[in-house]
Design a protein around this ligand. Structure first.
Ligand code: ZN
Length: 430
């Protein structure tokens, strides 16, 4: 007998199989084996363990293509174990871990180490991006073919921009031949120049050094030109400025193979919201102006921005207490991304439930070429979330993550993951 579990009476929302209706979902041996109405009433399924999802959404597990798990090197801030448990709690069942660990994940042996660690410690599926350049120094390309053979799911130097356009051109050509997606952190360092917040009136009032949206956009424009030149796919991480959204929209219209993601903090908050000098509101790129935030919402609505990704970046309290100007960049997000998205995109009528699931799960799975993820179709991995879109709660420490650096502490949010399944196993239940 296969191991069975049935999720009954939930509103199944699966953009890929075009379902948005009350259905039962049968899971056998970690895979979705049937999606139909009234399955649980059939005599064949009497006695099968059931999860009641009446009045709830049942959606494919979230695919978060931008996560920092800090292992190896900074296990005090996060590990594969704690980061993936935080993911499970937030309804995220697949994460793409960025390679800016210590040491950098730039070799097959480093990948093998991480994959072994994930096999023993991870609560959800972990994929690893390999670095574009050795040590993420921006000088010499890594061995893409070897990284791919070792299981790298994408390539990125995230945390740092690729300042050398010629190098990025070669990276795109080479990655394209291998079918690997390059994910770029767009930031012209000569413009951002060590600033800690967005350049504008809010920064001026506080006497903080700001970085303009243009620091991002000039590289977005350059990247688009290189994607056009090479014909390669290119993905732009954590888009934050209105002009970047415009550029990506225009590029897509021309048929250039560019995709992009937005982070919950960027579409939910802006620079004026930052209380005092609280470094839990400091990230890179920074929270920008309200017009930028509005442009991100438009981009998410029309599909210019394909995916929602957290840029989950854990930092300990001591580091973050150092003050706005010197504390490290980054905020955690895995435990709140689904809730913030439901609160700010669904309840505020920016996205329909179907589009919301598309941005959080279907589209990122597609960008990473994951055929068994991002859908509840028969044969897919049983990565599934039961969601109460109307549950009101306020995130507060302690978190499952080892870190607590988030601007969403004590913010009232409507929407929450009730139960998360990864490969048919319950990895979170409220
Ligand atoms: Zn980044």
């Amino acid at each position: 007998m296969p191991e069975q579990l049935i999720v009954v009476n939930g509103l199944v929302i699966d953009p890929k199989s075009k379902i948005e209706a009350v259905r039962d979902v049968l899971i056998e041996d970690g895979k979705i084996s049937a999606v139909a109405a009234g399955l649980s009433r059939k005599s064949a399924f009497k006695g099968v363990p059931a999860i009641d999802a009446k009045g709830k959404w049942v959606i494919p597990g979230l695919v978060d293509m931008h996560v920092h798990l800090r292992e190896p090197g900074r296990e005090g801030d996060e590990t594969i174990e704690t980061g993936t448990k935080a993911a499970a709690r937030g309804g995220v069942t697949t994460v793409l871990a960025m390679p800016n660990t210590e040491p950098v994940c730039d070799s097959p042996s480093q990948l093998a180490f991480l994959q072994a660690k994930a096999r023993s410690d991870a609560a959800v599926t972990v994929l690893f991006a390999g670095a574009v350049t050795l040590g993420q120094k921006g000088e010499k390309l890594t061995e893409f073919a070897k990284l791919r053979a070792a299981g790298a799911a994408a390539l990125s130097d995230d945390g740092r921009p690729l300042m050398n356009a010629g190098l990025l051109r070669r990276a795109l050509e080479h990655a394209n031949d291998l079918g690997l997606l390059v994910i770029d952190h767009c930031e012209d360092l000569t413009l951002s120049n060590g600033a800690c917040v967005h350049e504008g009136p809010a920064a001026l009032r506080k006497g903080l050094k700001g970085t303009p949206g243009a620091a991002e956009t000039v590289q977005v424009l350059r990247d688009i030109a290189l994607a056009e030149l090479t014909g390669a796919r290119l993905h732009i991480a954590h888009v934050s400025s209105a002009a970047s959204v415009d550029a990506i929209r225009a590029a897509k219209k021309k048929g250039i193979r560019v995709s992009a993601e937005a982070a919950p903090h960027h579409f939910s908050l802006c620079d004026k919201d930052i209380p005092g000098y609280d470094a839990n509101w400091k990230m890179n790129p920074p929270l920008r102006g309200n017009d930028d935030r509005a442009a991100l919402l438009e981009g998410l609505a029309d599909g210019t921005l394909d995916a929602i990704a957290t840029d989950h970046a854990p930092h300990g309290c001591t580091a973050k207490a150092a003050g706005m100007d010197v504390a490290p960049f980054g905020v955690i997000g895995l435990e709140t991304s689904l809730a913030v998205a439901i609160n700010d995109l669904f309840h505020k009528k920016i996205l329909t439930p179907r589009k919301l699931v598309e941005r959080l799960s279907t589209a990122p799975a597609g960008l990473l070429g994951l055929k068994k993820k991002g859908t509840l179709s028969v044969g897919a991995d049983a990565d599934l979330v039961v969601v109460d879109p109307n549950m009101v709660w306020t995130p507060e420490p302690p978190f499952v993550s080892k870190s607590r650096n988030t601007p969403f502490i004590n913010r009232r949010l409507k929407g929450r993951a009730i139960t998360t399944l990864s490969g048919g196993r319950v990895v979170h239940a409220l």
